[in-house]
Design a protein around this ligand. Structure first.
Ligand code: NAD
Length: 494
C-alpha cells in the first residue's frame, strides 16, 4: 500500500474508501503528495441515493427555511474559524498562492451568510385572479438532488457558489471536485458535519470527469447540475442535461478583454491588467488575456507592464511573498507551452517570457514565465482560444469603435475590463460590450451579492446574487376554488 495520505468519498456522512486510487500532485514540487479515490458509477449511485434519501427525510425536508438558513450561518462561523487551515489545504492541492487562498478563505463565509440570510426571504406570490371564486398562489420549491461539479482553479470558492444557494433553497447535493484538486473539500465537509447538517445533505464523490462526472450528470435521480469548467466539458454536460430535460448552470471559460484608453490612470491600468492575467498564474476563468491598448500610449504601457511582470517574484506558493506560483497540473503546463509555440509560429512576437520558467526558485515545479505577446492580430489562435495561463496578447486600437469590435470578436463573453477616466465612455462601453461582467477601473472583483457568469460560449445562468437561488427552485402554482357550485365539466375553466 502507498505511504501517501489517502482522501476518499463522503457518502451519507460516512467516509468511503476508493476501490482504486489516483495520485494528487504538488504543483510546486511536481510530485505526488496524496492519493484520491478514483470513483466509479457505483460510488455515484450510492452518493445520489444518499442525497435522495436525505432530501425526503424530515430531518432536512421538515426544516423551516429559517432553520436551514441558521445551519448555513453556523457553517459560515466555522469556516471563518478555520480559514487558515482551509487556505493551506487549498494551496497544497492546487498550488495557488497562500496569500490569495487566505483572502479567498477569509471571504468564503460570506457566501453562506448571504444565502443563509436569503433562505427565508424567497417568496411566492398571490396571483391577481380574474376568476372571482378562485384563489391562486405560487410556491417556490426545491428541485431535489443537485450535482455540483467544479474545476481545479478555486475549488472551495466555486463549490461554495453552488452549495450555498442550493442548500438555502432546500436541495441536497453531490459534489464532484476536479480530479486534480479533490482533497481540500474533506476538511470543509468536517465543518459541514460539525455545523449540524443531517448526513447525506452534502455528499462527495471524487474521480475523473469522464467516469464520475458523466455518471453523475446522467444519473436519473439528479434533478439539476451546477457546473464550472472548460467549454468542451460544459458542452458535454449541457448535452446530457438536454437529453434528460434537467436544468444546468454552466460557468465556462473566457477570452476576456481589457480595454486601456489613453486617458486612464496608467499606473492603475498597468496593475489591473497585470492582476488580470498574471495573478493566479492566469488560471482564472476571467483572465484578461486580450489586452487592447490605445495606440498612442502603447510604448509606455508596454514598458510599465513588462517591468511589473518581470519583477514579479516566482516560487513556492506557500511563501507569503510569492507573487506568481506554478500552474496546477502537468497537462496544463504542456498545454500553455503548446499555445505559446503556436503563437510564435503564427507570427506573434514575444516581448517577455515565452517559455517554461527555469529560475532556481521554481525548482522542478510547473512554472511558466509571465508572457506578453505583441504583433498579435485579433484572429490569431492566441487571441481567440482560452490559454488558462500567464499569457497576455496585446492588440493596439485607434478608436473606441475599433476597441469594442475587437473586444466582442470572440465566441466568449465572460468579463471585460475598461480603463478610462471618461465617465460617458465607461457607460457606453458597459452597454456595448458582450460580457456577463464589466469592470471599470478595477478587475477580478466579486461578491456573493453580485451576479457572476458569462454570455455566449462563456456559459448559461448566473452564480451569486439573489437571482442565483432561482436556479435551484421551481415554481408551483396552486389554485383553490371556494364557490359552492361547479360549472359544466366539459368546458375548460377559463
Ligand atoms: P474541466 O472542464 O476539464 O473540468 C471541470 C470539472 O468537470 C472537473 O471536475 C471535471 O472532472 C469535470 N468534467 C470533465 N468532463 C466532464 C463530463 N463530460 N461530464 C461531467 N463532468 C466533467 O475544467 P478544468 O480544466 O478543471 O478548469 C478550467 C476551466 O474551468 C477553464 O476553462 C476555466 O475558464 C473554467 N472556469 C470557469 C469559471 C467560471 O466561473 N466561468 C471559473 C473557474 C474556471
Amino acid at each position: 500500500m502507498s505511504s501517501l495520505s489517502r482522501f476518499g468519498h463522503v457518502i451519507a456522512g460516512e467516509p468511503v474508501a476508493g476501490q482504486r486510487w489516483m495520485p494528487s500532485y504538488d504543483p510546486y514540487l511536481g510530485e505526488p503528495w496524496a492519493e484520491v479515490a478514483a470513483g466509479t458509477a457505483d460510488d455515484v449511485d450510492a452518493a445520489v441515493s444518499a442525497a435522495r434519501r436525505a432530501y425526503r427525510d424530515p430531518a432536512w425536508r421538515g426544516l423551516t427555511p429559517t432553520a436551514r438558513g441558521a445551519l448555513l450561518l453556523r457553517l459560515a462561523d466555522l469556516l471563518a474559524e478555520h480559514a487558515e487551515q482551509l487556505a493551506v489545504a487549498e494551496t497544497r492541492d492546487n498550488g495557488k498562492l497562500i496569500a490569495e487562498m487566505r483572502a479567498q478563505m477569509r471571504y468564503l463565509p460570506q457566501w453562506f451568510r448571504y444565502f443563509g440570510g436569503l433562505a427565508d426571504k424567497v417568496e411566492g406570490a398571490v396571483i391577481p385572479s380574474d376568476k372571482p371564486s378562485m384563489f391562486n398562489y405560487t410556491k417556490p420549491e426545491p428541485l431535489g438532488v443537485v450535482a455540483a461539479i467544479t474545476p481545479w482553479n478555486s475549488p472551495l470558492l466555486l463549490t461554495a457558489w453552488k452549495l450555498a444557494p442550493a442548500l438555502a433553497a432546500g436541495n441536497t447535493v453531490v459534489v464532484k471536485p476536479s480530479e486534480f484538486t479533490s482533497t481540500s473539500i474533506l476538511p470543509f465537509l468536517d465543518l459541514v458535519a460539525r455545523a449540524g447538517f443531517p448526513p447525506g445533505v452534502i455528499n462527495l464523490v471524487t474521480g475523473t470527469g469522464a467516469e464520475v462526472g458523466a455518471a453523475l450528470v446522467e444519473h436519473p435521480d439528479v434533478a439539476a447540475v451546477a457546473f464550472t469548467g472548460g467549454e468542451a466539458s460544459g458542452r458535454a454536460v449541457a448535452a446530457s442535461c438536454g437529453r434528460k430535460l434537467i436544468p444546468a448552470t454552466l460557468e465556462l471559460g473566457g477570452k476576456s478583454a481589457q480595454l486601456v484608453f489613453a486617458d486612464a490612470i496608467l499606473e492603475n491600468a498597468v496593475k489591473g491588467v497585470a492582476g488580470g492575467i498574471f495573478a493566479a498564474t492566469g488560471q482564472t476563468c476571467v483572465a484578461g488575456s486580450r489586452v487592447l491598448v490605445e495606440r498612442r500610449i502603447l510604448p509606455e504601457f508596454l514598458d510599465r507592464l513588462s517591468a511589473l511582470a518581470k519583477g514579479a517574484r516566482m516560487g513556492d506558493p506557500m511563501r507569503d511573498e510569492t507573487e506568481v506560483g506554478p500552474v496546477t497540473t502537468r497537462q496544463q503546463l504542456d498545454r500553455i507551452l503548446g499555445f505559446i509555440e503556436h503563437a510564435k509560429r503564427d507570427g506573434a512576437e514575444v516581448l517577455i517570457g515565452g517559455s517554461r520558467a527555469t529560475r532556481p526558485e521554481c525548482g522542478q515545479g510547473w512554472f511558466v514565465e509571465p508572457t506578453i505577446f505583441t504583433g498579435v492580430t485579433p484572429s490569431m489562435r492566441i487571441a481567440q482560444e482560452e490559454v488558462f495561463g500567464p499569457v497576455a496578447c496585446v492588440i493596439p486600437f485607434d478608436s473606441e469603435e475599433e476597441a469594442v469590435a475587437i473586444a466582442n470578436g470572440t465566441r466568449f463573453g465572460l468579463a471585460t475590463g475598461v480603463w478610462t477616466r471618461d465617465l460617458a465612455r465607461a457607460h457606453r462601453l458597459a452597454a456595448t460590450v458582450e460580457s456577463g461582467m464589466v469592470w471599470v477601473n478595477t478587475y477580478r472583483t466579486s461578491s456573493p451579492m453580485s451576479p457572476f457568469g458569462g454570455m455566449k460560449a462563456s456559459g448559461l445562468g448566473r452564480e451569486n446574487g439573489a437571482e442565483a437561488i432561482r436556479h435551484y427552485l421551481q415554481t408551483k402554482a396552486v389554485w383553490m376554488d371556494f364557490s359552492e357550485t361547479y360549472p359544466s365539466p366539459f368546458v375548460m375553466r377559463l
